[in-house]
Design a protein. Sequence first.
Length: 169
Amino acid sequence: MAIKVGERVPDATLYEFFEEASGGCALGPNAFSVAELTAGRRIVVFGLPGAFTPTCSAKHVPGYVEHIQAFRDKGIDEVWCVSVNDAFVMGAWARDQGSAGAVRMFGDGAAEFTRKLGLDQDLSARGMGVRSQRYAMLLDDGVVKLLHVEAPGKFEVSDAESMLKALPA
């Protein structure tokens, strides 16, 4: 069953790759608790089927990178991209997308977070295994305030522009 507006986001561990050691984080994959990162903060999280896939690379991530200042202007502390890929792949994709300083690229390699959200999908028939549905949500202190889940094969409600329009002022 998928998470709903008003529910607390489940805790899980997400992984992020850093090119340079800084702020107490080492090179390579670093593990982060969703509960700890969301506490007392407003975060937009968008999930997608996979790094380097066509819609995700051409539209989904670039839209959030392009509009990062508008999100900040609306009081959003961070924007996260979560995909069922490992942190190394997400790090390479972050370099490719130029997302540093704008969108945090988190790997959910075992689909722990995605499954706990109830937003997983089985794309084994297409050779991709378990992946995330395409979605975007607003978390306020760890509670889901907005949730936009795409219909299969669509890209209409989880894009940056749609989320910006839906965000409270």
